[in-house]
Design a protein around this ligand. Structure first.
Ligand SMILES: *[C@@H]1O[C@H](CO)[C@@H](O)[C@H](O)[C@H]1NC(C)=O
Ligand SMILES: *[C@@H]1O[C@H](CO)[C@@H](O)[C@H](O)[C@H]1NC(C)=O
Ligand SMILES: *[C@@H]1O[C@H](CO)[C@@H](O)[C@H](O)[C@H]1NC(C)=O
Ligand SMILES: *[C@@H]1O[C@H](CO)[C@@H](O)[C@H](O)[C@H]1NC(C)=O
Length: 468
């Protein structure tokens, strides 16, 4: 068996050497023909190298029939040469390696083509989230479900679902499972959290809720725009810090408007030990109550969570009068204020749409837990509703999908099929390039993606010492 194989290789090598020799001698004449022309030394060297390598059609790829675009630069002749079948006419303008490389009678033609390029056997290229290997002249690709699915984008954008989808480059190349694993990061709510009593806001029962409400219009400068969690599965920390920051600013009447540090939570909340691998919001709120957070400016996000050891760089201790103070300076050279911000125990708001609206307009943005489906990653603009697709329903990902976001307002607009649709305005934590400047709108009053299932809020913990 082995001898046979070696023989074959030997035969292959000798054939190749023989063919190249033939080629050189044939082209040798041409070299003379061209020598009257003006060639730089570099070009001559290239020419000689190209003769040996003969990589024209091998790089460009071969084409069937006549194809005038199937052309590459034959620089030693300062001309173009062709790799389509048509080049074999009487006055051949085929590339030197056309016969050897493109003609089917060459038994030893190996490798694969892609986008007109030739790849050696065993080459691996990435096709979105899948690895494709060139094997026996064919690309064999892994069969993972990718996070970005062009056919899903196409389906959403060609139908009237009320929202449009986008091919996000930051998601390209990830598998769907990686999307669920790295871009969300809130554990399903614990029974304790779910059994919390709902608090209803006592507002004059006849309060007129406006048709539109946007927190940042009512409290300009006091609410905080979305950050980017990148591949850190910590929406538990981003949404909690953001809701707490908004509420502390609102309840302090604008005295404390700093954004709070999700990194402080990620690195220091030992009860959520997994940090960027997911956490629970009740533990995040526990930390805000018991330990408190510094500002985002004081403890900014790490550039790259994966390569940071994520040790905690901040600590606080009580002054015995109900306030806590940082025991370390800010872990950066710019921000000096390491003030600690705390919150009351969190409370659950009713799932009733009207109650949620009252809570927001009265006290500020709230935290909402939602189920994320694969189409949600593609959201660009409009009023989101989940669009079913086959692969999405695979049970495998069920427990990975919980996400925490911040509801900041609501409205009514014409949506799908020209109908008037009620929506929430929500802040995500996928940066400002995602969705509507980092925000999204989602159907309101129908528990879309469980968005109304669990609504959480808290009060800023402001003591008399916080007064001016
Ligand atoms: C070589 O180049 C020179 C100047 O660049 C030009 O005058 C001459 O005609 C060229 N010769 C040929 C054969 O193209
Ligand atoms: C989507 O974006 C990626 C890179 O960001 C690109 O390579 C790919 O071709 C795009 N796909 C579609 C269908 O537009
Ligand atoms: C929600 O609460 C309001 C009063 O705040 C009530 O009128 C309405 O019927 C409730 N809706 C549901 C679905 O329970
Ligand atoms: C929302 O939907 C989820 C899942 O279907 C369900 O468990 C929850 O009770 C619903 N909540 C409301 C308020 O309808």
């Amino acid at each position: 068996m082995w001898t046979w194989y070696k023989l074959l290789i030997f035969f292959y090598l000798t054939t190749e050497i023989w063919m190249e020799k033939q080629f050189v001698s044939r082209r040798g004449m041409n070299l003379q023909a061209y020598s009257t022309g003006n060639f730089t030394d570099l070009e001559r060297t290239r020419f000689k190298r190209a003769l040996y390598k003969g990589h024209y059609c091998r790089t460009r790829g071969c084409c069937e029939d006549r194809n005038d675009d199937c052309v590459t630069h034959f620089y030693e002749a300062n001309a173009m040469c062709y790799c389509d079948k048509f080049c074999e006419r009487e006055n051949s303008d085929c590339c030197p390696d056309y016969k050897f490389f493109c003609q089917g009678d060459n038994l030893y033609q190996k490798g694969c083509l892609r986008d007109g390029r030739h790849y050696e056997e065993g080459s691996v290229i990435k096709e979105n989230c899948n690895d494709c290997t060139c094997s026996d002249q064919q690309w064999r690709c892994s069969q993972q479900v990718c996070l970005v699915r062009p056919e899903l984008i196409e389906n959403i954008n060609t139908r009237d679902y009320g929202w449009t989808a986008h091919n996000y480059s930051q998601f390209w190349g990830m598998t769907l499972e990686e999307g669920y694993k790295f871009r969300l990061g809130t554990l399903p709510p614990s029974p304790t959290l779910l059994s919390m009593n709902e608090i209803t806001v006592t507002l004059p029962s006849k309060i007129d809720l406006p048709e539109f409400f946007i927190s940042s219009y009512k409290w300009p400068g006091w609410t905080h725009d979305p950050l980017d969690q990148k591949n850190c599965a910590a929406s538990w920390a981003f949404s909690t810090a953001s809701v707490a920051a908004d509420r502390i600013a609102i309840q302090s009447n604008g005295r404390y408007t700093a954004n709070l540090s999700p990194q402080n939570l990620i690195s220091c909340c030992v009860r959520n030990r997994h940090g960027c691998k997911g956490g629970s919001i009740d533990k995040a709120w526990w930390y805000l109550r018991k330990r408190g957070l510094v500002s985002h400016a004081c403890y900014p996000l790490f550039k790259d969570q994966i390569f940071n050891n994520n040790g905690c760089d901040m600590a606080s201790r009580s002054d015995g009068r109900g306030k806590r103070h940082a025991t370390k300076p800010c872990p950066n050279n710019i921000e000096k204020s390491n003030r600690i911000y705390q919150c009351s125990p969190p409370y659950r708001v009713s799932s009733n749409e009207t109650e949620i609206m009252k809570e927001i307009i009265q006290n500020g943005p709230v935290q909402a837990i939602m189920q994320v489906h694969e189409d949600f990653f593609h959201y660009k603009t409009g009023i989101y509703r989940h669009v079913n697709s086959i692969k999405d329903e695979s049970e495998k990902y069920r427990n990975l999908r919980t996400h925490a976001v911040k509801l900041t307002g609501w409205g009514v607009l014409r949506g799908a099929k020209g109908r008037k649709e009620k929506f929430w305005i929500a802040a995500n934590s996928w940066g400002k390039s995602w969705g509507e400047n980092g925000y999204f709108r989602i159907l309101r009053g129908v528990n879309e993606s469980d968005i109304e299932k669990l609504i959480i809020a808290a009060w800023g913990h402001l003591t008399s010492s916080d007064e001016p």
